[in-house]
Design a protein. Structure first.
Length: 97
């Protein structure tokens, strides 16, 4: 039994767009994460403060980082799928009118 790709893929014309979007989202996430690290460095006692349903800042911020990463992933996937559709739709290609 051979294990081959189910479909052949050609060049990815949207790769530049996907790279830019990914880098911007990485920078945004890194800044939010840096906020978490800065709070831990500068004011570690603040992380103990109870803020939501009996959970402290560290727990809420930590779960928030996870949820934020998932939301960014969904947004990235949606944006990239739309950009790929532009290139894969025959009506959008040169001479396809």
């Amino acid at each position: 039994m051979l294990h081959e790709p189910s479909v052949s893929s050609g060049p990815d014309h949207a790769s530049g767009y996907k790279t830019r979007v990914g880098m911007y989202m990485f920078i945004v996430y890194a800044l939010v994460y840096a906020g978490f690290v800065i709070i831990n460095l500068c004011s570690p006692l603040l992380m103990e403060k109870i803020i939501l349903f009996g959970m402290n800042v560290a727990t809420v911020y930590g779960f928030g980082l996870i949820v934020f990463a998932l939301i960014l992933a969904l947004i990235y996937n949606n944006m990239c799928a739309k950009e790929e559709d532009k290139y894969n739709n025959p009506m959008n290609q040169k001479g396809g009118q």
